[in-house]
Design a protein. Structure first.
Length: 155
C-alpha cells in the first residue's frame, strides 16, 4: 500500500512539468522534436535557411500562446508528418513503436527456448565424459596401461 501511494505521488509530481511544457512550450522543447526538411536533422542542430524560418515560426506561435501540440500540428500541415522527429503513436505509425518491442519479445522467447533445449541436451550421467581435448575419456584398462608405461620412464 505504501509503495502504491509513493508511486501515485511520484507520477503526479512528474506529470506537472510535462503538462506545463505542453501548454507553455519553449523553443528548446520543440527544436529537438522537429526535423529540418532539407538536412534531415533536428532544427536545434541545423542552421539551414528553412530551419531558421521554422525556429522563427515556432517563436511566433509561442508568443501567440499556442500549445506544443498546436505548433506541431501547424508544422505537419505545412511540411507533412516527416517533419516530426518521432512518428505519432497512432494509426499505421504505431507499428514503428510496437515492432521493436515485439521483435525483442520474440528474440527473448527464442533465446529462452534454445537455452532450455541446450540444458536438456547435456548428459547428466556419472560416466566419464569427454576429456578437455574433446575426446572420450580413457577406459580403466587403458588408463592402467598408460600409468605403467609412464612409470617405466620415471625410473
Amino acid at each position: 500500500m505504501r509503495a502504491l501511494v509513493f508511486f501515485l505521488v511520484a507520477a503526479s509530481v512528474a506529470a506537472v512539468p510535462a503538462y506545463a511544457s505542453e501548454q507553455h512550450p519553449t523553443l528548446a522543447d520543440l527544436a529537438n522534436e522537429v526535423i529540418c526538411p532539407t538536412c534531415h536533422t533536428t532544427i536545434d542542430q541545423s542552421s539551414s535557411p528553412i530551419a531558421l524560418r521554422m525556429k522563427a515560426f515556432i517563436r511566433e506561435r509561442i508568443a501567440a500562446g499556442d500549445s506544443k501540440r498546436e505548433i506541431k500540428d501547424k508544422l505537419v500541415a505545412q511540411f507533412g508528418e516527416s517533419v516530426l522527429a518521432a512518428p505519432p503513436r497512432s494509426g499505421f505509425n504505431l507499428l514503428a513503436w510496437l515492432l521493436p518491442l515485439v521483435g525483442a519479445g520474440i528474440g527473448a522467447a527464442v533465446l529462452a527456448i534454445l537455452a532450455r533445449r541446450w540444458r536438456r541436451g547435456r548428459p547428466e550421467s556419472s560416466e566419464p565424459g569427454p576429456s578437455s581435448n574433446g575426446r572420450a575419456a580413457l577406459t580403466p584398462d587403458l588408463d592402467r596401461r598408460v600409468d605403467e608405461e609412464l612409470a617405466r620412464f620415471d625410473a
